[in-house]
Design a protein around this ligand. Sequence first.
Ligand code: RUB
Length: 319
Amino acid sequence: MTTTEIYPAVEETAEKIASMEIRGAATIATGAARALRTQAAESTASEPAAFEREMRAAARHLLDTRPTAVSLPNSLRYVLERMEGHTVEELRVSTVAGADEFCERLDTAQDDLGAVGANRLNDGDSVLFHCHSTDVMSCIEVAREQGKDLHAIVKETRPRKQGQITARQLRELGVSVTFIVDGAAGRYLDDADHVFVGADSIAADGSVVNKIGTRSLAVIARERDTPIVVAAQTLKLAPTTLSGHSVEIEMRDESEVISEDDRAEIGDIEVENPAFDVTPPRYVDAIVTERGQFPPESIVVLMRELFGEQTSTPWQEPA
Ligand code: RUB
């Protein structure tokens, strides 16, 4: 194979991420790390430079799939920064080890985060959920292990209805579920003790980028004094926002919102499908991470500690 070709495992993972068969920021990050691992393990490159070029090309291919989830570049960065050695074999071993280490750390981080988030929940509490987040589910899982009885109000989360995944997993954890359409959130917030949401990216000013609808939910939750908790591993911190960059909001296909037939029947309309929105820090009570919980305004301190001021782009070809 030529040095710029993408291996089938990488191609397949990229397609699954783009089509959302692999979805949710943490799962996207693990999927990408595993794809790099497979490519490293199976590479037939005979020269170290060719191996490195292949790995960078694979990372760039994965990077282009979903622009908002910062866990994706953070995962690629973690693996590629650990690729080192003078021979193909050394490069292979270090890259595979980097990918394995990334997936293990992510698992541990999610468990640790779950323990912090569970501390916010009391026996008998009602929690309102938006979309589906594995970081949020980890909090609920730990709370259930602690024997806390919980009730869930689950928003459908149009257009892809990931609320159904949340509802199913909550039932598996023994949580009673009231399933509602998105527009009913205001009414049901009166019954909720907390709102729990995940994040795809968190900016240096504490703004939370998450599934579309999070912002309006946070605004009405604030109006009712219902605390809104964001469960997000530090993998979701977007280091480029430290230097003034903003997080790109992914626009998805209009077919997720309306069928071609319905659209034709309505007449000439413009359809837009932003996948995510930005919730300003003033609407967020706490960001729960594996390093403890933080008021959103202080997340920048953690970001500097973890990433420093410089963000590397190891997938780019050296000049
Ligand atoms: C999913 C979504 C989730 C975050 C966090 O969006 O917005 O809340 O990704 O998930 P999509 P996790 O379905 O478009 O990927 O906690 O699992 O990383």
